[in-house]
Structure formats: C-alpha cells, structure tokens
Ligand binder design. Structure first.
Ligand code: ZN
Length: 140
C-alpha cells in the first residue's frame, strides 16, 4: 500500500468514479506528500505500444520505473488505491514526482488546493491521448 502523509493530504470524490487529492492545510515547498508502491512487473515496450487505449487500468495505475533495452520495468498496485494513488495530471502542477516514486510539493500550496502532477515528467511511456487539463495542445 502506498504511503500518504495524511496530515497534509486528503482524498475527495469529484464524481462517483473519479477521486483526487487536496491539501488539508498549507503545505511548504519540498514537503513529502507520499510515495507509490506496487508489485514489480516487466513488459515489452512493443506490446505496450500495441495495447495503447485498451487497458486503462494499466495506463492510469502503473508506476513506470525504468526502461531497460526493449522492456519497461514498472509497478502495478496490489491493494485498493488511496491517498497519493489519486494524484491527477495537470500541466500546471504543484507537485513533482522524484525517481518515479516520491511525491513532493513543488511550491508552497494553500489549504484546499488540488494536488496535481505533470504525468509527462515521470511516465516513461506516453499514453498519447489528448490532455484533459485546461492547457491546449498538450499530450500525456
Ligand atoms: Zn495539460
């Protein structure tokens, strides 16, 4: 199960099928918000490219660790998602993900702000779908 600093972070439901995380209080730049985990897996990049669009669970939930040759080393969740697992994408992110795993505040964040990361900075395999945040013309 991933770790979330629940002193700083809370999960809110935006819709029945969509959750996000928010700052519970003012958060200082550089604060650790949580880190991801999962079961270690290996996949051929060519097979992932062929499956694009067919497996939303993989694309939404996998943590891409490293590309080695023709393979992607990644983590896939083995327990119910919670906390930082609901970190959503935005091109104007207020968090950063270091080493593909560790989520930090990338600036001072006010209580009540949605916590967002730019997936393009840490997903090694692009999903090639239009971004759903307000920025025009971006791809994740
Ligand atoms: Zn965007």
């Amino acid at each position: 199960m991933s770790y979330t600093n629940f002193d700083l972070v809370e999960v809110r439901s935006l819709r029945p099928d969509h959750k996000s995380i928010y700052a519970k209080r003012d958060i200082a730049e550089g604060s650790l918000l949580g880190f991801f985990d999962g079961e270690a897996r290996v996949a051929e990049l060519a097979e992932l490219e062929a499956q694009k669009g067919n497996d939303s669970f993989f694309w939404r939930q996998s943590v891409h660790l490293r590309i080695v040759g023709s393979q992607l080393l990644y983590l896939i969740p083995v327990s119910e998602p919670d906390g930082v697992d609901y970190l959503n994408h935005n091109c104007r992110a207020n968090t950063r993900v270091e080493d593909q795993l560790y989520v930090y505040a990338s600036r001072d964040i006010r209580a009540g702000e949605e916590l967002l990361a730019d997936y393009r900075t840490f997903n090694l395999v692009s999903e090639d779908i239009p971004c759903w945040c307000p920025e025009p013309r971006c791809l994740i």
